[in-house]
Design a protein. Structure first.
Length: 211
């Protein structure tokens, strides 16, 4: 294979992108470039490429993954996205994820359960599910986390939000009630859950069907 381009990276001092005619691009430090004697239009044999790919860039991808996880817990998809943004080839991204996963440095089920425990007092089950889906957690993992960790009934959480907002359904205008209803929907509560709490806060004769 042939090195087609060697381009300095604008926002990464000391790093260059090495492009090949029939293989994945690799990001190397200038010192590594000099040490390997790499130049544009140079022929590179498979042995040298594999050395750069696995022994240099591959090991760096694993170290980067561990560094990212030291800073904060992440889902597999979040880590995958971060490593890809760093320019690592997809195969090495997956190998790095497999490595940290084998040592349980990353665990989507643990992440989901922790997320539910920490957020159940302020977010609905629906909202937490949407948040975790956006973070790349599988639906079955989210379902288990919610079943095992979520101890706050939706009605209790809605009542707390009404109190926090100083909202009194019995004194509110139809417009104010409709606005609160939409707010609670955005928080992930179902219409039935919201109506149940609002009705409990109203006199039997109150009419809440205006929305």
């Amino acid at each position: 294979m042939v090195i087609t381009q060697i381009i300095p990276l604008e926002h990464s001092k000391g790093k260059v992108r090495v492009s090949f005619d029939c293989a994945d691009d690799l990001i190397l430090y200038r010192g590594e470039l000099r040490g390997l004697g790499l130049k544009e239009q140079m022929q590179v044999n498979n042995e040298l490429y594999e050395k750069m790919y696995h022994e240099i860039v591959g090991k760096r991808a694993v170290k980067r993954a561990m560094h990212l996880l030291e800073k904060m817990d992440r889902t597999q998809e979040q880590l995958r996205k971060k490593l890809s943004e760093c320019g690592y080839p997809q195969e090495l991204v997956e190998e790095a994820i497999a490595y940290v996963k084998s040592y349980r440095y990353i665990d989507d089920e643990r992440y989901a359960k922790t997320y539910v425990r920490l957020n159940q007092e302020k977010k609905s089950a629906g909202r937490m599910k949407m948040d975790l889906l956006a973070k790349g957690v599988a639906q079955e993992v989210i379902a288990r986390a919610l079943a095992e960790e979520n101890e706050t009934a939706p009605e209790t959480l809605i009542q707390r939000l009404l109190e926090k907002k100083k909202f009194d359904p019995a004194a509110a205008t139809p417009k104010e009630t409709a606005k609160m209803y939409q707010f609670l929907l955005r928080r992930g509560f179902s219409g039935n859950e919201i109506m149940h709490v609002l009705k409990d806060n109203l006199d039997d004769s109150a009419d809440v069907c205006h929305f």
